[in-house]
Design a binder for this molecule. Structure first.
Ligand code: FE2
Length: 366
């Protein structure tokens, strides 16, 4: 199939064939006819230490490259190869362009992949076997977004997954609002949304503490984000499913003092007003499922970070909790959704089956 593909070189610096690819390739920002391929190269290293003759730590110098592709066809599969040194099989990839209208597709939600690299690697290997059309990361990709050395580790673990899917991350508190998060994943706005088939996804920035040191500025940011979310959800009331993703949960069974964000519970009335189907979060390193006023609140923060307890379920609201490394695959078939939570050892934590309200509405209302 011939594609009309326009490649726009967005990188600010020239490409060097000898550059070592230490991140990606990965695909972000897909729309009905466009997508961005990104990768990270290590151009050099800075050595540091406690004395001139003891420069034992090497901090990589990273450069991000991107191309934007247009002229794509909804639902098609695109194959690609990026330049650079390294094995060809690590520089090639494929992705699906989001389909439009009712469609069947599968994706995985997971998060909190920081700190325990071995467990992160095993979770990614398990997700990769499901061959998802896209993955959503609920934040805390790395332990410290400012540490240049941590990003190549993250990307090395995720390589074989990211080069055959599409990646949608939300900002976690451990990214510390570092510019690299926004740069690597071409996130030009602090919050964003996208459509895949007839499902609508809203990805928020719940990490208010790192938005600004100014309380007034944080308040302004939050109010603006809520206005944007209301407008976005209002415009997408005909979608079969409305899914919201943010790092900090709105409801939790992990009640460590000062752990919870004071801001996210205030979003619940808006989720109810705009008939959100499910809200996915991370931050708590466990699996949680709460059901309140018809909305499913799922915490899926079991991607490798040290596990957290789930010792305070909410009476009448908490459906299922388990402190375990896991991931959450979701299959959408038109107006039906099948959500699974699968533990790292393979056991099924629970399944959730949903039918879109549009499937049950009288014809005159559709
Ligand atoms: Fe977090």
């Amino acid at each position: 199939m011939r594609l009309l593909i326009t490649l726009l070189i967005c990188a600010t610096s020239a490409l060097y064939a000898a550059d070592k690819v230490v991140g990606g390739p990965y695909v972000v920002n897909p729309a009905a006819r466009s997508a961005t391929i990104g990768w990270v190269v290590e151009t050099d290293g800075v050595k540091t230490g406690g004395a001139p003759d003891q420069l034992t730590r090497r901090i990589p110098v990273l450069r991000n490259e991107k191309i934007s592709m247009t002229g794509l066809k909804a639902g098609e599969t695109v194959y690609y190869e990026i330049p650079g040194a390294g094995p060809l099989e690590e520089r090639t990839g494929r992705f699906k362009v989001p389909p439009t209208g009712p469609a069947s597709f599968q994706f995985v939600v997971f998060g909190d992949t920081r700190t325990r690299d071995d467990l992160h690697r095993r979770i990614v290997q398990a997700i990769s076997k499901t061959d998802p059309d896209f993955v959503i990361h609920t934040g805390d990709l790395v332990a410290d977004g400012y540490d240049t050395a941590q990003w190549p580790v993250f990307f090395a673990i995720e390589r074989d997954l990211l080069r055959k899917t599409v990646f949608f991350p939300v900002l976690g508190n451990h990214e510390r609002n570092n510019a690299r998060f926004h740069e690597f994943f071409a996130i030009q706005t602090p919050y964003y949304s996208f459509n895949w088939g007839s499902a609508h996804f809203v990805l928020l920035n719940s990490d208010l503490n790192n938005v600004s040191v100014s309380p007034a500025e944080r308040e302004r940011f939050w109010a603006e984000q809520m206005r944007w979310m209301e407008d976005d959800l209002q415009k997408n009331q005909k979608a079969d499913f409305r899914m919201v993703v943010m790092h900090h949960p709105a409801l939790t069974a992990y009640q460590e003092p000062s752990h919870m964000s004071k801001d996210t519970p205030g979003l619940v009335p808006l989720f109810e007003k705009y008939k959100v189907t499910a809200v996915f979060a991370g931050h708590d390193h466990n699996y949680q499922h709460h059901l309140k006023n018809g909305i499913h609140y799922i915490v899926t923060g079991g991607g490798g970070a040290p596990l957290a307890p789930v010792d305070q379920p909410i009476p009448g609201i908490t459906v299922k909790v388990e402190s375990v490394e896991h991931y959450t695959p979701i299959q959408i078939n038109g107006n039906r959704a099948h959500i699974q939570a699968i533990a790292l050892d393979g056991h099924l934590i629970e399944t959730i089956d949903l039918i879109s309200p549009t499937a049950m509405a009288p014809a005159s209302r559709q």
